[in-house]
Design a protein around this ligand. Structure first.
Ligand code: HSE
Length: 401
């Protein structure tokens, strides 16, 4: 029997206990032995809850107990999660976490500590919730050079954009509704500003190239400025608007961003709606491979955490190699990234736009007083310089077709 501790009894932590209880027999079979939760660490008590007698408030009880060989960290944030995870690994315990802030900030260091202690630091649930994508990147896509990763990595924003697309509503109205339904947090900043997706694409990119990609280096733009009018234009092109975390290597340079993009139905990510996530990885031999599923939610996320627990039990005292070196992989300046852009300007500057951009495709969404168009491929720097000459600029959205 393996005894584990769960740090944080919130949505994911209680989900982990639920998954372990609900599927105890099949998990024991797959892990090769039973898995028992011995401690739950939380600031709160949970009277009447099945874990009531397992709750402890002092992390040292867990750290000092040699019976605990696996620690599940589902607290979120980096304080005190980083300290607890690092101490657990240094004492030879494996750690399974759903915490993307922790993994994006300290992944390389924690992977190294785990290796030095013949333990494991596993973080399947940190990206894409229940979707298996970390293990496939580490263990399945090992024959390919990864050329590109493109993912819908945030359920909250995908839900909001799907609603805006379907109902013709404005961002603020849909956000309010999503908050009322519990799909968006009271403070939705991390989701709607793209910060959550930024950490996730940083983790995926670090693993794809085996080096540290700092999330702070990734250009990040959220969805707060997307309007019902933007969707009218998208619809008139047979397109939709999604927010992607993307990275690609071109000529040895790494480009990465989080930003809304217009895509058409020939893109496999077009049909990924509501709170679902999907990640499309392109390998130089394999071509495209796509991972799709629930990117958030108690049971789905907990399922991924428990899959890590099973992996850790199967590899007790054996490090499952994860290549994530400290050496920084620089992200190329955003100005050098090439994209196409959908642009809205005042109708008065239509002729000027026709002259300023080489390849221009007009888009008519029946909105008076405006001129909408799509540019050819150009660098972000060239685009910004050109647009600086316009006085009636309304908005621009990158185009993924
Ligand atoms: N807030 C995140 C989302 C939860 O909406 O996708 C999963 O990381």
């Amino acid at each position: 029997m393996i005894k584990i501790a769960v740090l944080g009894y919130g949505t994911v932590g209680s989900g982990v206990v639920k998954v372990l209880n609900t599927n105890a027999n099949i998990i024991a079979k797959r892990a090769g032995q039973e898995v028992e939760v011995k401690y739950v660490l939380d600031l709160r008590d949970f009277p009447g809850d099945p874990v009531e007698r397992k709750v402890v408030h002092d992390f040292n009880v867990i750290l000092d107990d040699p019976e605990i060989s696996i620690v599940v960290e589902t607290m979120g944030g980096t304080k005190p999660a980083y300290e607890y995870v690092k101490k657990s690994l240094l004492s030879g315990k494996s750690v399974c976490t759903s915490n993307k802030e922790l993994v994006a900030a300290y992944g390389a260091e924690l992977v190294h500590i785990a290796k030095s202690k013949s333990a494991n630091f596993l973080f399947e649930a940190s990206v894409g919730g229940g979707i298996p994508v970390i293990r496939p990147l580490n263990q399945s896509l090992t024959a390919d050079k990864i050329e590109q990763i493109n993912g819908i990595l945030n359920g909250t924003t995908n839900y909001i954009l799907t609603k805006m697309a379907n109902d013709g509503s404005d961002f603020e109205d849909v956000l309010k509704e999503a908050q009322e339904l519990g799909y968006a947090e009271k403070d939705p900043t991390a989701d709607v500003e793209g910060y959550d997706a930024c950490r996730k694409i940083a983790i995926l990119t670090s693993l794809a190239y085996g080096q540290q990609v700092d999330y702070q280096d990734i250009y990040t733009e959220g969805i707060t400025k997307i309007t019902a009018e933007d969707f009218k234009y998208a619809r008139s092109m047979g397109a939709s608007i999604k927010i992607f975390g993307s990275s690609k290597k071109v000529g040895g340079r790494l480009y990465a961003m989080v930003a809304p993009q217009m895509i058409k139905s020939d893109n496999p990510l077009f049909a990924v709606n509501d709170v679902f996530n999907a990640i499309c990885v392109t390998g130089n031999m394999l071509g495209d491979v796509m991972f799709y599923g629930k990117g958030a939610g108690k049971e789905a996320t907990a399922s991924a955490v428990v899959s890590d627990v099973v992996d850790a039990v199967k590899h007790m005292n054996i490090n499952v190699m994860t290549i994530w070196e400290d050496e920084k992989l620089p992200v190329a300046p955003m100005d050098e990234m090439k994209n196409r852009f959908f642009v809205r300007i005042g109708a008065a500057e239509k002729e000027k736009a026709m002259k300023a951009f080489d390849e221009i495709e007009a888009v008519d969404a029946g909105i008076d007083g405006e001129f909408g168009f799509v540019t050819g491929v150009m660098t972000e720097g060239e685009f910004n310089d050109t647009m600086a000459e316009f006085e009636t600029f309304i908005t621009r959205i990158r185009v993924g077709f």
